[in-house]
Design a protein around this ligand. Structure first.
Ligand code: GTP
Ligand code: MG
Length: 319
């Protein structure tokens, strides 16, 4: 069946049925055409809410992909299916070379219980985290039991993506200097679990101490567990997975609170997105430029102009 014959309904049904090609196509839709993805996501939404979503974030080269690979192997041994989303905030491409380059899931080729996909930014603010959270919805609806999201760095996108996860794992490595930087950049707040990877290197215990002491120094001291791993050999991965599993089972109240926060963020994002779209439809670009000139030349003030635009965009929404 050619792709063009997929309607939102048939695509949604194929996704729910677990058809891998339909899932790949649906992820492309949420990546490239957020508004066009709405009918699809509406239909899928009732089938979501079951997956255990884990974010893995940290500086470049920390061993996130290696760790994701090892975790995926551990999860498969337990009999659950696992989907991996590798988020690449720097590249304008998705799939293809980057998939091969950044995600090395070599041990899982041909395993029907593993799905791997990379996603890239489309350049608009918040676009990546929205596309990622929608991809999570798709995979959840398709029945993937555990979803691992790998993100690089410590920017706003990572913080937003962390919000879409049930648990966020922050990966740091000894002796890189990135550790202190990451701790300063507010990544502390999003970590549910710290991993000191490359623990086969000197300085791992020292880094564990640095993390523990910077937690103790924070304004609201937190107790975030710190695990040591050697992702390349799998050392420590079993303990990390057991910690994650423990949280999945026990943190029900917390999980509900997170879900509420996530759905509130999603609602706000949808409303803001529709408002922006309505503004663009109702007010032609040339007219907007005229209004801008009026403001620049002080014939009008931005507050009154904005009030007028808000009224028109809102009217456009109700139509
Ligand atoms: N010695 C040692 N090397 C490791 C370990 N984990 C990963 N590596 C190596 O570190 C390098 C980077 O690993 P990746 O898994 O690609 O790191 P990443 O964080 O996914 O990198 P980006 O996605 O590019 O940010 C590779 O050469 C790995 O083999 C470890 O525990 N010990
Ligand atoms: Mg990687």
């Amino acid at each position: 069946m050619p792709d063009a014959t997929f309607t939102a309904v048939s695509l949604a049904d194929a996704v729910i049925g677990g058809d891998r090609r339909a899932i790949a196509r649906a992820i492309s839709v949420v990546e490239n055409d957020p508004a066009g993805a709405e009918p699809l996501l509406r239909r899928l939404f009732p089938a979501t809410g079951r997956a255990f979503v884990i974010g893995i974030t940290g500086p470049p080269g920390a061993g996130k992909s290696t760790l994701v690979d090892a975790l995926a192997g551990r999860i498969r041994n337990g009999g659950e299916s696992v989907a991996v989303i590798a988020v690449d905030p720097t590249s304008p491409f998705s799939g293809g070379a980057i998939l091969g380059d950044r995600v090395r899931m070599t041990g899982h080729a041909g395993d029907a219980g593993v799905f791997v996909r990379s996603m890239a930014t489309r350049g608009h603010l918040g676009g990546l985290s929205r596309a990622t959270s929608n991809a999570v919805l798709l995979l959840d609806a398709a029945g993937w039991q555990v979803i691992l999201i790998e993100t690089v760095g410590v920017g706003q996108d990572e913080v937003d993506i962390a919000r879409t996860a049930d648990q966020s794992v922050v990966v740091l490595v000894p002796g890189s200097g990135d550790d202190v930087q990451a701790l300063k950049a507010g990544i502390m707040e999003i970590a549910d679990i710290f991993v000191v990877n490359k623990a086969d290197r000197d300085g791992a215990d020292q880094l564990v101490q640095t993390i523990l002491s910077s937690m103790a120094l924070g304004e609201a001291p937190r107790r975030v567990p710190v695990h040591k791993t050697v992702a390349t050999t799998g050392e420590g991965v079993d303990a990390l997975w057991r910690e994650l599993q423990g949280r999945r089972a026990s943190a029900d109240a917390e999980r509900m609170a997170r879900q509420a926060a996530r759905e509130e963020a999603r609602l706000r994002e949808i409303v803001a997105g529709r408002f922006r779209a309505s503004l663009d439809t109702v007010v032609p670009a040339e007219e907007l430029q005229r209004l801008v000139r009026d403001v620049v030349e002080r014939r009008a003030d931005p507050f009154s102009v904005a009030s007028g635009l808000v009224a028109r965009a809102a009217a456009g929404l109700i139509r």
